[in-house]
Design a binder for this molecule. Structure first.
Ligand code: HEC
Ligand code: HEC
Ligand code: HEC
Ligand code: HEC
Ligand code: HEC
Length: 289
């Protein structure tokens, strides 16, 4: 089974290598293609037909090393670098990026998987509970480790990201494995922090970790005495602008990386508060690599 799969993948890649760089998997999308004269990327930058070190005939022994080959201080994707030691988050301690070296537990609910349980502070599901096959297929390839190619499809820009400034197609859509405009990807794994469970709307009174409410509209769904209105505010108390997502700056603050961005229905989602990479948790600075 595995050999046959490898053979088919090998055939696809061999075809590419033999017949030039015609794009057989409907090609890779920019910027992982050869359209940028300064930073061209070809299939065989990531794949080899012989002596391939990684799964799917990739060039490095791990998915992380493959991505970091270019996404590092010395690689061609130096403008979006990652450091596997310093960047990955240890909550409350350090890091600026979602981890890419941790596993999802296998099997069916071996843990006490309820929101607030000290056994499951991240509110994660197990690999057999995660519902989207695009995620479960990738997790199976990488021993359930949530590595780069679980959240990213490095070949395609078709899925819509959360990023409110992403274009409608092409470069800048962050190669999402799943459509994530409503944080579908986050919620599938971190299920016990979503509205599908009793994990949200829980007040923490007993010292255990509970969840901030999500999928709430700041005007319609809340106690009006507690909130000023629909638009989240800048640090200087001027409202952010451009409904429904309120992702642009009001007057005074020029930093868009500290904005509280809402979804297309002006509701709060995970990524209203959380960033994924290059997030320093300091609203007075601009988040960038
Ligand atoms: C930026 C690196 C990169 C580039 C460029 C790239 N690939 Fe891949 N490819 C990967 C990785 C990593 C995997 C394994 C993980 C996965 O399936 O996403 C993979 C998997 C595959 C697979 C197996 C898919 C599957 O479902 O098992 C095929 C076929 C493939 N690539 C063909 C190509 C072809 C053809 C090109 C050029 C048009 C190309 N790749 C360019 C990184 C790359
Ligand atoms: C848990 C899921 C997850 C993992 C693991 C992950 N990413 Fe991401 N990454 C995302 C999401 C989601 C975005 C888009 C954020 C947005 O829409 O604002 C993103 C964005 C990016 C960007 C664009 C950032 C920018 O500022 O333009 C790069 C580059 C990137 N990821 C590379 C990687 C690499 C390389 C790895 C592994 C070392 C990795 N990612 C691991 C989810 C992930
Ligand atoms: C052969 C070099 C190379 C490899 C290997 C590589 N990348 Fe990239 N990647 C690039 C370049 C070049 C860019 C564009 C950087 C820039 O904007 O300057 C890029 C950009 C990206 C972006 C942002 C694209 C956007 O439209 O927002 C993501 C996400 C990304 N890579 C993920 C990955 C992942 C995941 C892997 C590993 C599977 C990987 N890359 C491996 C060269 C590479
Ligand atoms: C494929 C499953 C998966 C997806 C998708 C995913 N996460 Fe995670 N997340 C994890 C795992 C596993 C950990 C690490 C748990 C640990 O450290 O033991 C984690 C950790 C975290 C943490 C704690 C800091 C850290 O990085 O360790 C935050 C915050 C977080 N995730 C938010 C998000 C958000 C927001 C999204 C959506 C963009 C997301 N996650 C998507 C599996 C996932
Ligand atoms: C209103 C803002 C907000 C929203 C919305 C939000 N979070 Fe958080 N989240 C936070 C803050 C602040 C922390 C850090 C709490 C701390 O330091 O103890 C946190 C911590 C976490 C952690 C790490 C837990 C730990 O032990 O430190 C995870 C995982 C997480 N959030 C996932 C999510 C997911 C998944 C969603 C969407 C379903 C979400 N969050 C929605 C603000 C938010």
């Amino acid at each position: 089974m595995i050999m046959r799969r490898l053979f088919i993948i090998g055939l696809a890649i061999l075809t590419i290598l033999l017949y030039g760089r015609s794009q057989i998997i409907a090609g890779t999308a920019t910027p992982h293609d050869s359209t940028d004269a300064l930073k061209p990327v070809y299939c065989n930058d990531c794949h080899s037909v012989h002596k391939a070190q990684g799964t799917s005939l990739t060039n490095e022994s791990s998915n992380e090393n493959l991505c970091l080959f270019c996404h590092s201080a010395t690689g061609i994707a130096v403008s979006k670098p990652f450091n596997k030691i310093t960047d990955q988050a240890t909550p409350n301690t350090s890091g600026t990026s979602h981890r890419w070296d941790r596993s999802i537990a296998a099997g069916v609910a071996p843990l006490n998987l309820v929101a607030g349980s000290a056994d499951n502070p991240y509110g994660l599901r197990t690999s057999s509970e995660i519902s989207n096959t695009a995620l479960t297929t990738q997790l199976a390839k990488f021993n359930n480790v949530v590595t780069c190619s679980v959240c990213h499809n490095q070949h395609a820009q078709s899925n819509t990201p959360w990023d409110p400034n992403a274009p409608g197609s092409g470069s800048g859509r962050h190669f999402q494995r799943l459509t994530n405009d409503l944080n579908q990807m986050c919620e599938d794994c971190h299920y016990y922090r979503t509205t599908a469970t009793s994990g949200t709307d829980v007040r923490a009174y007993d010292g255990k970790k509970k969840s901030h409410p999500v999928v709430k509209d700041l005007t319609a769904d809340v106690d009006a005495t507690q909130f000023i209105g629909a638009a989240p505010l800048e640090p200087n108390y001027n409202p952010q602008t451009t409904a429904p997502r309120y992702h642009q700056n009001g007057t005074g603050d020029t930093n868009t990386t500290n904005n509280t961005v809402l979804d297309s229905s002006s509701k709060v989602r995970c990524m209203s508060c959380h960033g994924i990479h290059y997030t320093d948790s300091d609203s007075s600075t601009t988040d960038s690599p």
